[in-house]
Design a protein around this ligand. Structure first.
Ligand SMILES: [Ca+2]
Ligand SMILES: [Ca+2]
Length: 218
């Protein structure tokens, strides 16, 4: 037990050295320096959002991203419409995989959901797409936040990453899709290797560490 504790402390110190750092953050920083590019006026950081099935409130902090600030379809019979926001960056790409996490909420009226999708991409210096991964179609129960995660392995030649959050309207006029506490972290490849070497179950320690970091980014 004492040894396990010692190994854990060694791991925590090592993790701090290699840097398990949340790179980009949640809707609460939207008005400051979140880095999100939002070209659709239907999307904004809000403290609450009224919809047919009730009010949406933040999963974390005091705000979240609503895709339903304004209607985007002029007729409920129109084809589905997808809107989105994105950001790019180059933090901690060297030798690290990336993990995108967050919370999504969508509205279901009469069995017809609006939906979300989160996409993580990696590009080289010539803007060529090297790799990408998608959450797939995201939905939730009404007024309940659903966690999602997307991972990409480290890739040679990576110059920058891009994160896209999409929402699609299938029901009514508004895209009733919402996101909160979206984070991108570098996966600690050297730390994971160290854990394997020590024969420790690493997931618990990693989880605790990430939770601590999540709390600090609130
Ligand atoms: Ca928030
Ligand atoms: Ca809708």
């Amino acid at each position: 037990m004492k040894n396990a504790l010692k190994f854990y402390h060694v791991f925590v110190a090592f993790a701090a050295l290699v840097g398990i750092v949340p790179l980009r953050v949640n809707a609460d920083l939207f008005d400051h320096d979140s880095g999100w590019v939002i070209n659709d006026p239907q999307i904004a950081a809000v403290a609450s959002q009224k919809q047919t099935t009730g009010f949406v409130y933040p999963q974390e902090g005091t705000s979240f991203f609503s895709f339903a600030v304004l209607p985007i379809r002029s007729s409920a019979g129109d084809p589905p419409v997808t809107i989105g926001m994105y950001q790019t960056g180059a933090f901690h790409l060297d030798g690290h995989g990336l993990r995108l996490t967050g919370w999504v909420q969508t509205e279901n009226r009469n069995g017809l959901w609006d939906t979300g999708e989160a996409v993580l991409s990696i590009y080289d210096a010539d803007d060529a797409l090297l790799a990408w991964a998608s959450s797939g179609v995201l939905t939730s129960e009404n007024l309940e936040w659903q966690a999602f995660a997307v991972e990409l392995d480290a890739i040679y030649g990576a110059a920058y990453w891009r994160v896209d959050l999409y929402g699609t309207v299938f029901d009514g006029y508004y895209v009733n899709t919402f996101y909160d506490d979206v984070q991108l972290v570098a996966l600690p490849v050297p730390g994971a290797a160290l854990l394997g070497l020590l024969g420790l179950g690493g997931s618990g320690g990693l989880l605790r560490w990430r939770r601590r970091m999540t709390a600090m980014a609130a």
